[in-house]
Write a protein that binds this ligand. Sequence first.
Ligand SMILES: C[S@@+](CC[C@H](N)C(=O)[O-])C[C@H]1O[C@@H](n2cnc3c(N)ncnc32)[C@H](O)[C@@H]1O
Length: 212
Amino acid sequence: MAAAFAYVRSGHVAADIGCDHGKLSAALAGSGRCPLVLACDLRPDPLEKARRRCAPYGDAVQCRLGDGLSVVHPGEAEDIIIAGMGAETVIEILEAAPWVFDARYNLVLVPATKHSVLRRWLARRGFALLGETLCQAAGRWYAVMNARYAGTEHEPDGLECLCGQTEGQPGFSAYCAQQNIKLKKYRLGLAPGAEADAVDALIEELEKRACL
Ligand SMILES: C[S@@+](CC[C@H](N)C(=O)[O-])C[C@H]1O[C@@H](n2cnc3c(N)ncnc32)[C@H](O)[C@@H]1O
């Protein structure tokens, strides 16, 4: 949460999509970092938790019930946090809101799973990864990503998808080991052929890069 908080720009209205317990929304509003936070969730129960947690901050937090960014008007919030959902859900939410394909929006993304899938999508859809912070929680490594639309699409290579901008950070080797376990599981499901050979080469490259 602290890493996500740090990527939110001071003085900007933020939308916390999938706010759940509302801890980040409360921190952004309570600290004065954001003049207004839109705390949004798909489900009423989590939103109610957020509403209670954020009550002390009055009008500085608005709670909204609904799917993804459908409850945020274009331009209403310029800093958008989507944390704690699988990469596919994060992608669906962004694809459903084409207005975020604009450099004015600062995205803070914390995929719960499939980090590589999200990095590949960002690169292919023209988003630049401005920064990433590795964090460990409950024994798992997460990458907190800061992305902004740059309009330059590119096809990322395997290592870019697996590691993004995390090289050199504390925990890099452990993070790569976690990525490597997933890659090896994926490799097990492949029949002999070009894709299997490419994945073998990528595993070797990853192990060399992270000294595994
Ligand atoms: C695991 S919690 C993450 C909470 C918090 N963002 C965090 O990172 O600690 C995921 C939350 O996302 C919400 N959620 C899932 N899909 C969503 C969607 N399409 N739109 C909005 N919220 C969604 C769930 O209801 C749940 O409250």
